[in-house]
Each structure stands twice: as structure tokens, then as C-alpha cells.
Design a protein around this ligand. Structure first.
Ligand code: ATP
Ligand code: MG
Length: 381
């Protein structure tokens, strides 16, 4: 007999032809999440089992963060032949519980001498006899004693919910514009949840933005990485571009022109990374550069889709999610961002295209972009 984790994944995505691809990707992602724990991850009969770990709580914590995992069940694996022993184990696992319960068994080994109703009845009876604090409720029980008869018998009661989504890498790649704020890490998390492998671009305006501000962004990438399976963060030196814009372009247009630079550079990084889309943490009307007109002028400079998964969320809703996914605390640290350092007093909320183009015509855009690209530092998180 031994303890292990039974990993459950979303059934919906598994009906089609891509089922083996999905499962292989998921196993790979779980292995990566546990790589330094010496755990064994195996795929057996469409079930994923994790075993041989020292710290079960830590193993559960990590596996429940992997996209594609819907729940994790700490289980006991034992020989199925001795049914009395299986029933005794079920009794032991229910010993401290009170309230209502049912036994739910599944028999994928159809040669097993007892069928599911017989197992449910026999084990249920033993539990009732042994634990006077439990009664049966098959419709809405407080506890379910699950028994799966496969190559072995697997028993579990506890089900720990996980993040859900699809395994990272099964739905292509996208590049996230990652600031140190609350919105953009969450935006990246949401797209990665759909199985998209993300890389990140961060614009850094040293010395106007400090090394600690950069470290904060890398810390956010590390938090995301627990679910996103590794993020390559491209740190782009942005000071020169910002200084030039500040010097040569009309004050109320500096933010927008800067954002258009960000998009252009992010798109180039995306192409190098094999990504097909960009992701930002913008939300309509949050700041002047996020009016619909302003967003339109930034979309215009790129030819790949731009995903903004928090576009319709209020700040409060964004914060609630950030707390749930574990980025809020780090995002709240008070370091400056390049967007805030050079904020104009009256940014244009209804920008005119000719004014933007006139501003940009004063800059040697290609040279500036190339210089920024050449100065990129890549950090793997
Ligand atoms: P906040 O929670 O402070 O709003 P934010 O990340 O949304 O954080 P904004 O100033 O609203 O910051 O910027 C809008 C979007 O532009 C961000 O969501 C992010 O995608 C991108 N962005 C802003 N600053 C940077 C930066 N320094 N590097 C990379 N992307 C950035
Ligand atoms: Mg924002």
C-alpha cells in the first residue's frame, strides 16, 4: 500500500483526437512543476499519478497550479484482490469524519468479481458500522469515499480543486507586455490558462526606473511561471526612446507615442519567440491611454492580434483575481514604472492621428527600435 496523488483533468477537452497530445503535454507540465522534488509522474490508463515525493502538501500546492489540472486527490493505492482489506482501508479513511457520506466506486477492470453497486453497498455498510457519526446521503453527501478498481484499488476522499484551463503549449504562443502593475500579470495568466505559452517583454528606463522595479517584474514572472511553465522575460532598455519622445514630441501625445513604440518592439520580440499574438493588461477607460480611441491608435502599429483579457473588468474585480492567483502582494510593492515616470500633465484622450504621426516623424524610429532590440537582456523565469 502506498500514498500517491491522483490528478484529474478536464474531461471536455479530451473527447477529440487531440486527447493523447493534451495528456502528454499535461504530464510534461506536471513533471516540470515537480522537477526538484524527485517525484514520479506517470500516465496510466488515462489517469495521471504522482508518487515518491517527500512533502505531500508541497506536491499538491504545485500540481494544483498547473494549467490543465482540475483537481488533485490524495489517494491510497493497494492490491485490489483482497476486498476485505480494501473495505478496511475505506473505513480507516472515513474514521474521523462526521455528517453524511456515500461510496462511489468505479470498476474499469470488468473482470473484478464485484460490480460497482455491490462494492458501494458492502463498503458503505462497513463504514456505517464503524463510524456512528456518519449517515448515508446518496444525493448530496458531505463526503464521498471514492474507490477505483483498476490495476490496483485506489481510494480517496479529499478532492483539492486546481486552476483548470488547458496545458500550456497546447494552444500556441503569445507575448505579454509585462509591467510591475496589477493588470498585466493577470492578463498573461488568463491567456496562459487557455493553454498558451507566454513570453514577456518589459520596458525598463534605467536610471529613472530602478533595479528593484526590474526585480519586482521578474518576481511577478516567477509567480506566473509556476502555472505558465517558464517565461522568458525580455528586458528592453527604454530610456533613450522615452527621452527622445519627451524632448521632441508634443507633451499630450508622449504617452501614446511611447505605447506605440512598446507595441512595435513587443511585436518584433513576439516574432522572434514564434508568438502569434500580444497581450496587455489594458482596461477601457482606466487611464487616458486606454480610451477606445487611444487603444485603436496602438493596435494600428502591429499586425498581430492584441489580447486584453481584463478589458471589461473594474479595478476591484482585477484585484480580486490578482489575490486569488497570488500576484497581488508583489504587484502592490511601490516601485515606479516607466509609464509613470514620464506621464504628461494632460494626456490626449481623443488623440488625432495626424498629431501622432507628426510627433513620430521627428524621431528616427527605426534606429531607436533597433538600438532597443540590440540592448535586450533575456531572463528565464
Ligand atoms: P496598473 O495595475 O498599474 O494599471 P498596468 O500593468 O496595467 O498596471 P498601465 O500603466 O495601466 O499598467 O499600462 C497598460 C499596459 O501597458 C499594461 O497592462 C502592460 O501590458 C503595458 N505596460 C505598461 N508599462 C509597461 C512596461 N514597463 N513594460 C511592459 N509593458 C508595460
Ligand atoms: Mg492598468
Amino acid at each position: 500500500m502506498r500514498e500517491l496523488l491522483l490528478v484529474r483533468y478536464g474531461e471536455i477537452f479530451l473527447k477529440g483526437l487531440n486527447r493523447p497530445v493534451f495528456l502528454r503535454a499535461l504530464v510534461k507540465r506536471i513533471k516540470r512543476a515537480l522537477h526538484d522534488m524527485g517525484a514520479t509522474v506517470i500516465l496510466n490508463d488515462s489517469r495521471i499519478f504522482v508518487s515518491d515525493y517527500d512533502d505531500q502538501d508541497e506536491a499538491i500546492r504545485r500540481v494544483t497550479k498547473v494549467f490543465g489540472v482540475h483537481s488533485v486527490c490524495p489517494a491510497v493505492e493497494m492490491p485490489k484482490e483482497d476486498f476485505k482489506a480494501v473495505a478496511a482501508q475505506a473505513v480507516a479513511m472515513m474514521a474521523d469524519l462526521r455528517g453524511t457520506f456515500k461510496v462511489s466506486s468505479r470498476r474499469s477492470d470488468k473482470r473484478y468479481p464485484m460490480d460497482s453497486p455491490a462494492i458501494n453497498g458492502a463498503v458503505g455498510h462497513e463504514i456505517l458500522v464503524a463510524n456512528k457519526n456518519l449517515t448515508v446521503d446518496v444525493k448530496n453527501p458531505d463526503h464521498v469515499m471514492n474507490i477505483e478498481i483498476r490495476d490496483h484499488a485506489y481510494l480517496y476522499v479529499k478532492v483539492v480543486p486546481a486552476v483548470g484551463g488547458m496545458p500550456v503549449g497546447t494552444n500556441g504562443r503569445a507575448t505579454l507586455l509585462l509591467s510591475g502593475g496589477i493588470d498585466s500579470p493577470e492578463a498573461g495568466w488568463m491567456i496562459a490558462k487557455r493553454g498558451v505559452h507566454i513570453s514577456a517583454v518589459h520596458f525598463h528606463s534605467y536610471p529613472y526606473t530602478s533595479d528593484r522595479a526590474k526585480e519586482k517584474v521578474l518576481d511577478l514572472a516567477r509567480i506566473l511561471s509556476e502555472s505558465c511553465c517558464g517565461i522568458r522575460v525580455h528586458i528592453v532598455p527604454f530610456t533613450k526612446i522615452q527621452m527622445e519622445i519627451h524632448e521632441k514630441c508634443p507633451d499630450e501625445y508622449t504617452t501614446l507615442i511611447m505605447r506605440r513604440f512598446m507595441m512595435r518592439i513587443a511585436e518584433r520580440v513576439a516574432r522572434i519567440e514564434g508568438a502569434e499574438a500580444l497581450i496587455t493588461g489594458e482596461s477601457i477607460g482606466q487611464v487616458a491611454s486606454q480610451t477606445m480611441t487611444a487603444l485603436g491608435t496602438t493596435d494600428m502599429v502591429v499586425s498581430m492580434p492584441v489580447f486584453r483579457p481584463v478589458i471589461g473588468f473594474d479595478k476591484r474585480e482585477i484585484i480580486d483575481i490578482a489575490e486569488k492567483i497570488g500576484t497581488m502582494e508583489t504587484s502592490s510593492l511601490p516601485y515606479e514604472d516607466c509609464c509613470t515616470v514620464f506621464t504628461p500633465r494632460h494626456p490626449a484622450t481623443h488623440p488625432k492621428m495626424d498629431k501622432i504621426l507628426e510627433g513620430e516623424s521627428k524621431l528616427d524610429m527605426e534606429a531607436l527600435i533597433q538600438e532597443a532590440m540590440d540592448g535586450i537582456e533575456i531572463v528565464c523565469c
